[in-house]
Design a protein around this ligand. Structure first.
Ligand code: SLL
Length: 224
């Protein structure tokens, strides 16, 4: 086992990602001379890390987008960011987005690949809903790529630019690997503390209010 392929036990690194599609109605001006007449929309399907400055090329060899068989060369292979495919068409279908990692890179011992099934959206979910101008549609989902017990190499790549991972509380050097947390999680924990405080106060206020009402009720009953 090379030094690079040693796994870091009890550690997961989560990488926030976005995927989905944008779609626009094809207006006569936007049509090209070779746009098939039955095509009604132009769309772009994409996969990207939430944090734009993270370079995934050391991990990802390529991203493939498997389109409907009605398309020529339905499997589109993209080796460099932006990982996206722009096409025109008339119908909605499921696109399979597959991440192909470099040799030695995986999401965990039993999880080699990552596949996403994205339902291409051309039409708004609710046609009654106030429409966006020119009928554009954005169907974007959030997910997290979780690297379980990453190898030293993957860990090093993901923490190279500590943009999405910051160390918190450095104590025991042996446990330092476990002390990484994303800033948004930190923020969230902070917000939760705040809300818990608010809820506690609210419960106290309600309890006092309740006691007051109880006493009023008792007083009323006693006068009867
Ligand atoms: C449907 N089951 O009937 C789906 C199929 C196929 C979409 C949608 C055109 C491709 C091309 C295209 O939009 N195909 O002409 O290259 O709705």
């Amino acid at each position: 086992m090379s030094a690079n392929s040693k796994r870091i036990k009890f550690v997961s690194i989560s990488l926030p990602v976005l995927y989905g599609n944008h779609a626009y109605k094809l207006t006569p001006e936007k049509r090209k001379s070779n746009t098939p007449p039955d095509h009604t929309h132009e769309w772009t399907v994409f996969f990207k890390p939430v944090l734009g400055d993270i370079d995934l090329t050391p991990l990802i060899k390529k991203v493939t987008f498997k389109l409907h068989e009605t398309y020529e060369n339905p499997i589109r292979s993209i080796e460099h960011p932006p990982y996206q495919v722009t096409e025109t068409g008339w119908g909605e279908f499921e696109i399979i987005i597959k991440l192909h990692f470099h040799p030695g890179v995986d999401l965990g011992i039993n999880e080699k690949n990552f596949q996403i099934f994205h339902a291409l959206k051309l039409h708004p979910y609710n046609p009654q809903h106030p429409k966006r101008e020119n009928g554009e549609v954005h169907s974007i989902l959030y997910d997290e790529l979780v690297f379980n017990e990453p190898t030293d190499k993957v860990f090093e790549i993901l923490t190279r630019k500590p943009g999405n991972l910051i160390p918190y509380k450095l104590s025991n050097p042996d446990k330092r690997d476990q002390e990484y947390i994303r800033p948004d999680e930190n923020d969230e924990l902070g917000r939760m503390d705040l809300y818990i405080e608010k809820i506690k106060k609210e419960i106290e206020t309600q309890a006092i209010e309740y006691k007051k009402l109880e006493q009023e009720k008792l007083a009323l009953e006693n006068t009867k």
